[in-house]
Every structure is written in structure tokens, then in C-alpha cells.
Design a binder for this molecule. Structure first.
Ligand code: ARG
Length: 273
């Protein structure tokens, strides 16, 4: 019998895809010749927000800004633990102006924002997981930023090296299922260097391992509240395995966002207060 999993009410910050487009290519999924169907993107995004709300989660929104087509990917704006906000410094110059707008939101909501000195892209690469922060590097967030994160939160940072450019952010290859001391995760081993794979295997012997197909369908770009997993319906093997382990998969199709290399988690910033 699968164990009973307990959901915890979350607070998510999101940004409507009103100005979503693919205008530059900063990861292998992006091609500036691709036309984005903004109406479809809006519809898919609304279904994600609806799914969060109907499962009891609070959703806050930041106003989208014209000319910032990737601003919809709220996860990259910061990482928030215990009400402390570690801001972002984007790798791509095209995305750097997003920080100002997110910082304004955080300040208006009553938070101080720490401005990092090194390149780091929020929850895209910095994933709080119970007693650690799992931190990706290789394509975007730097090792220097990992050190800054550890100093800032006083949490041990586990640096993990990403090796496949299609999985350029940690949250494209890994997500957290349960927090607390017994945190567990799901991940795609081949996205990581051999040493990082070994680290993950040691820390999470019971992790859910995803297939290549699940990973390419953005199945690891999922959001879990401890019980429900908001997940791409195309990640079929992963959906079945999660159900077998006692989670409740909630399929949400964000396929239009894949044109920019994004999915469910990319669109979702968790505010842990
Ligand atoms: N086009 C965006 C970029 O390359 C996508 C960001 C996806 N966000 C994420 N958390 N993985 O920066």
C-alpha cells in the first residue's frame, strides 16, 4: 500500500504570459522563428492557476512587462526560504531587467531582497529541499552563487553539475516531492555529471528516477505540495510511478511554453514564509 502523503498549503508567485514570445535563443528549446500562440499560452497558464487554487494554494501575481517575453518564468526571479528573499542575476542580458520588476513586487509585499554578486537564476537552479539547498551549475547559476546562497540562508548547499544543454536549469531535471528532514526527490540521472549522480544517489536512495522521455516532456519541471504533483501529462511513466508511490498527479499541459524551454515549475515561484 502506498503511504499517505500530506499536502501543505503553498503560496505561489506567477506572472501572466501576456507578453510571452520567443524573440531570442538562450537555450536549445528556443528558436526565434517559432511563432507562439499567445491565446493558447494564456489558456494553458490559466489552467495551471486554476489547478493551484482548486487545490487550496494561494496565488499572487506580478504584472507582466512588455518587452520581457520570459518574465512568465517566475521561478527564476528569486529563491525564498523562511521569508528571506535571495534575488537573481540573470545570465542572459535579455533577461536581466526582469529582476527590477520582481524586486519591486517583493519589496511591496514586505520583503527585503538580497542582491547577489554572481550569476544565479532563482529556483531555476536553487531548489530548497528540507535540510539542504540543491544547487545546479553548468549552464547558468555559478558556483560562486552557490557559496553566496549558503552564506545567506545558512543552509548547506549541495552543488550539482548539469551536463546536457537541454536540461540547462536544475528544475528541468529534478523536483522536490517532500520537504522536511526526510525530503525526497524525482530526477533524471543522465542530466548530471557522474559525481553529481553519485551525490544524489547517496542523499536520496529512494528517489523517483525519471526516463529520458519523461525528462524531455518536462515531467521533472513539476510542482509538488507534498501530496499532489502538478505535472506534464506527457510524462506518462513518471505520472504512473508517482501514483504508485501514493502521490496524486494533477496533469496540466503547458506545451506552448516548451517553445521557450519552460514548463510548470518554471512558471511558479514558491514563497516560503
Ligand atoms: N527561456 C527561459 C530561459 O532560457 C526559460 C526559463 C525556464 N525557467 C526555468 N525555471 N527552468 O531562461
Amino acid at each position: 500500500m502506498p503511504e499517505r502523503r500530506v499536502p501543505r498549503r503553498r503560496r505561489y508567485l506567477v506572472c501572466e504570459p501576456r507578453h510571452f514570445a520567443v524573440q531570442y535563443a538562450i537555450n536549445p528549446w528556443m528558436n526565434p522563428d517559432t511563432r507562439v500562440d499567445v491565446d493558447l499560452a494564456q489558456e494553458q497558464w490559466q489552467s495551471l492557476i486554476g489547478a493551484y487554487r482548486s487545490h487550496g494554494h494561494a496565488v499572487d501575481t506580478v504584472e507582466p512587462v512588455p518587452g520581457l517575453p520570459d518574465m512568465v518564468f517566475a521561478a527564476n526571479s528569486a529563491v525564498v526560504v523562511d521569508g528571506r528573499v535571495f534575488g537573481s542575476l540573470f545570465h542572459a542580458p535579455e533577461r536581466r531587467p526582469e529582476s527590477t520588476h520582481y524586486d519591486t513586487w517583493f519589496k511591496a509585499a514586505g520583503y527585503d531582497v538580497y542582491r547577489p554578486e554572481s550569476v544565479c537564476e532563482g529556483e531555476g537552479d536553487l531548489v530548497p529541499a528540507g535540510r539542504y539547498v540543491l544547487a545546479g551549475t553548468g549552464f547558468r547559476t555559478t558556483r560562486e552563487a552557490h557559496r553566496e546562497v549558503q552564506e545567506f540562508f545558512g543552509l548547506p548547499v549541495i552543488s550539482l553539475t548539469l551536463v546536457d544543454p537541454r536540461f540547462y536549469h536544475l528544475d528541468t531535471a529534478l523536483f522536490v516531492l517532500d520537504e522536511g528532514p526526510e525530503a525526497n526527490i524525482a530526477y533524471y540521472p543522465e542530466a548530471f555529471s557522474p559525481g553529481s549522480r553519485e551525490v544524489l544517489a547517496r542523499l536520496y536512495p529512494d528517489a523517483v528516477l525519471a526516463t529520458r522521455e519523461d525528462a524531455l516532456a518536462f515531467g521533472l519541471n513539476s510542482v509538488c505540495d507534498g501530496h499532489h504533483v502538478f505535472i506534464s501529462p506527457e510524462a506518462t511513466a513518471l505520472v504512473s510511478e508517482l501514483a504508485r508511490r501514493g502521490y496524486v498527479p494533477v496533469p496540466v499541459d503547458l506545451s506552448e511554453f516548451r517553445k521557450a524551454g519552460g514548463g510548470i515549475k518554471c512558471c511558479t515561484q514558491e514563497i516560503r514564509s
